[in-house]
Design a protein around this ligand. Structure first.
Ligand code: CP
Length: 323
């Protein structure tokens, strides 16, 4: 893998390899010293043109746990505020010779452009309504830990599918891993032709939700709405909110975050026993470590790392604390 731009660029074997590597990094995370020297001397730039808590913090921590040097730039407070273009920003940060650039942008296709302008490996951390591939990978990882396999599992993705890059990436990834996916929401929030484009089923009602093994709720992305897509948030919640009446005891609940409490999910299910939301955040760290490892080492340990160790990245000598 040269870049991680879209789930559609991956083969199932790529996903399997990242999952296995992430499991190794989860083991590192249980050690006293959670840092390994795998990417020592490498530079990673995190460039976020849109708000983020989970993705930005986990990519930064993932890079630090792998001993890379990290530069984090947010649009607010940077020269982007002064009108610097994306291309000039990439040229400027490229002067530091980064091996990887993690980019989030409100514009679909921004990560592809950066991949053309830079020699670095590029990771799409969310580009407009297009894709959020690292979210899909961490969600697959979370479900594999719970279910073992996604084969034959029924996953319903409920909510604002139209504005969701997570929905697009996750439908593709869940299907690649053998799950049956249904997207559900008001007709105004389901893209036309999504059945044929992504190979999922569509439902405009929650009738039938009881068949789902996993209910994956999406946030109403009001910041991307330039017109009114539902009569009111109250009516939307009455018809589509996942609450304890609608979520069965055996069903797993997921959400990419951030959650609008009381809109797409009720407080009791967010904090209830079926919720995997915190596990998703935990998975984000180890899966993003695995993605950085995959892109920056080609899945191979670097020369000089633990000769004879077939799994040097996930079982390297931990960083020694200074004397
Ligand atoms: N799920 C997700 O991308 O969250 P953030 O916007 O907080 O990064």
């Amino acid at each position: 893998m040269r870049h991680l731009l879209a789930i559609g660029d991956l083969e199932r074997a790529d996903i399997e390899r990242i999952m296995e590597r992430a499991e190794g990094f989860a083991e590192v995370g249980r050690r006293d010293i959670k840092k390994v020297p795998t990417l020592r001397g490498r530079t990673i730039v995190n460039l976020f043109y849109e708000s983020s808590t989970r993705t930005s913090s986990s990519f930064e921590l993932a890079a630090k746990r792998l001993s890379a040097d990290v530069v984090s730039v947010k649009a607010v407070g940077s020269s982007v505020d002064k009108g610097e273009s994306l291309k000039d920003t990439i040229a400027t940060l490229g002067a530091y010779g980064p091996e990887a650039i993690v980019i989030r942008s409100p514009h679909a296709g921004a990560a592809d452009l950066v991949a053309r302008w830079s020699d670095a490996a590029v990771i799409n951390a969310g580009d407009g309504k297009h894709e959020h591939p690292s979210q899909a990978l961490l969600d697959v990882y979370t479900l594999r830990r719970r279910l073992g396999s996604l084969a034959g599992k029924r996953i319903w993705i409920v909510g604002d599918v139209l504005h969701s890059r997570v929905a697009r990436s996750n439908v593709l990834a869940f299907r690649m891993m053998g799950a049956n996916v249904t997207v559900c929401g008001p007709p105004t929030l389901i893209p036309r032709g999504i059945e044929r484009a992504l190979g999922c089923a569509v439902s405009y009602e929650l009738d039938g939700l009881e068949e789902a093994d996993v209910v994956y709720a999406l946030r109403m992305q009001r910041e991307r709405m330039r017109e009114s897509f539902v009569p009111s948030i109250r009516e939307y919640a009455a018809k589509y909110q996942i609450d304890s009446r609608r979520l069965g005891p055996r069903q797993l609940l997921m959400h990419p975050g951030p959650v609008n409490r009381g809109v797409e999910l009720s407080g009791e299910v967010i904090d209830g026993p079926n919720s995997l939301i915190t596990e998703q955040v935990e998975s984000g760290l180890v899966v993003r470590m695995a993605i950085l490892y995959e892109l920056l080492t080609g899945g191979r340990p670097r020369a000089g790392e633990r000769a004879g160790d077939s799994d040097a990245a996930t079982d390297p000598t931990p960083i020694k604390e200074p004397a």
